[in-house]
Write a protein that binds this ligand. Sequence first.
Ligand code: ZN
Length: 302
Amino acid sequence: MPASFSHPTPLSPPPSSVSPVVTRRSALLAGMSLLTFPASHLAAATAPSGVWPKALEVPGGIARLPLGPAAERPVAFAGDVPVLVLGDAAEWTALLGIALSAEPGEASITVQAADGTQRQLAYTVAAKQYREQHLKVEPRTVDLSPEDQARYERERAHQAVVMATFSQPVPEAPLRMQVPVPGRRSSSFGLRRVFNGQARNPHSGMDIAAATGTPVVAPLPGRVIDTGDYFFNGNTVWLDHGGGLLSMYCHLSATNVQPGDMLKTGERLGAVGATGRVTGPHLHWGVMLNRTMVDPALFLAA
Ligand code: ZN
């Protein structure tokens, strides 16, 4: 299951039907027009309070799948990707990230009990129509040089390894996150952008507008698993919260952490900036479950 995000991290392999030229253009375009703050607000953040993340069984959302009681924590897989399982002997729950590219309809995960017995657990993905944005840009501004293309390919391979991190212990519920930086939050998660008539991967995170230098903090306890200066994402920090729950922070002006550092909630990891392919300072914040980018708003109180 390819991770489905391109802005600002076009890491997933392009569909085989896409020509190399289109792919290169899409990759570069992924880094453009980054500040999008439409007027409408997230409809997702209206689930019952007291449970985080909120369940929203649509592409880009999260399914909370009850697994029942068991003496030992079951393991669950979406395909061959391990899924976060929370709870205790009285009730286990699988927290499943649903890819933005998921088709509406029936799907299932595999649940394996401690004794090895396996079963399929079905869930339903409801349709969600994300907004579409059409932009016209100069064609010559969207081609990567061979050097940049090679760099992007290397970075994509590296980040695919980062994204496959699944560590113990798993985090403890409730997974309510602190906003990593105060500022105006976009509702552009899932936004489908079309450049010069060419569709590309949807926006897979939340953009928060803030001045360069504003501290960015960990929204949950986590371990730093990657830092770097990437072509599209600029200065970036990845945190591992355990159990396949990861978060990423892009376009930072500076970082003050390195791989291996353990952060508490609210501890600074860097500062807002405009590094990488951006049009202005903001934080791009991504949250990943089972290698799938999900809407960060589902982890926030409001
Ligand atoms: Zn963004």
